[in-house]
Design a protein around this ligand. Sequence first.
Ligand SMILES: [Zn+2]
Ligand SMILES: [Zn+2]
Length: 408
Amino acid sequence: MGFTVEQECPQCGAPIELDETDHLLKCPYCNVQNFLFAPNYFRFVLPHKASGKNIIYAPYLRFKGNAYYCQGRTIGHRVVDITRVGLQFKGIPVSLGLRPQALKMKFITPDTEGEFLKFTLKAADILAKAAKLSSGSSSDRIFHRAYIGETLSLIYFPMYVEKNRLFDAVLNRPMINIPEDQDVFQSAIKKNPAWKLKFMATLCPKCGWNLEGERDSVVLTCGNCETVWEASKGGFVPVSFTAVPGEGDNTVYMPFWRTSVTGKGLEINSFADFIRITNQPRVVGKEWENEKMSFWSPAFKIRPKIFLKLSKMLTISQRHFDTEEMIPKKNLYPVTLPRAEAVQAMKLTLASSTLNKKKILPLLPQVGFDVLDSGLVYLPFTDTGHEMVQQQMRVSINKNTLEFGRKL
Ligand SMILES: [Zn+2]
Ligand SMILES: [Zn+2]
């Protein structure tokens, strides 16, 4: 289950409730739409019930999504849904448990009063432990781990010190005694962190039209000048895209990331190299020697098995669709998987594509990719009621797996 966030509309001040995965804030009162942006990840606080106290916040890593791993000769996955403490301090709860579900979180803003303890543990270690992906837990070595998430954020848990005791400021209950004459937290405190949450007016930077998207969209589209945008520190930046025209009224356009790369550690400088390295039972076409290697991945959240299957199928086929640089006028499926996560998925796709897993998987730790370019491709699917069938390749997606992808 996801968490709820309470945020005031920056325009009219009305209280709005969001899901933790939401990026688009649509105010039901004044109709103004804003895109929420923070560099790297969102930071939330749990509300405290200790007014007048000097609040100290402890950081927790929040992750909900899938942990993928390449181990032995297999590619596996596991659902991870955690809030784990991000520093070493005995007596602080290791997990926030159900607290964030029972309370409504708020975004941290420069106005949030209190002191913030530093996140000192390694996020990757916390995730590996939570997903039980520490090496040594099984006889087979883990060659690669990837975390492809619904949400990755930091939640800050309020506490205060009174009479040498550390209190949980949500419940106003003592947690542990702390030594007298010793300021245990002082060395690790950030006083006035400049963490900002940015509200971006969703106006097309090119034509001024209102950008469109769903609550959990990570890119927005302009139906007027046919452009696609993603948020960055400095504002909206254009995303390159193409679309494959579909046929029939029941067409839904599903977005995919296509990322062109060169490989390091494994010489993958062309599609022909990829076919040879992964040992595909295909005759290498001469023209493939000059063709850039592109990895494909769904740009939407979907069950891990289908995610891997679609990525692998589109990557191996490297099909040349007849594309147009236009935004389909209707039935555009939202982009809910950020570009950075498609980049994370490339090693998984390489691993799942290769027929020679025994030889290739142990090489994964040394493999890296330089991204040459990346963009979206909208592929047409026919909605048959319970399935989505890709019109050129005839592959189908069960619609239940899409609903699952958006709610997990
Ligand atoms: Zn409003
Ligand atoms: Zn526009």
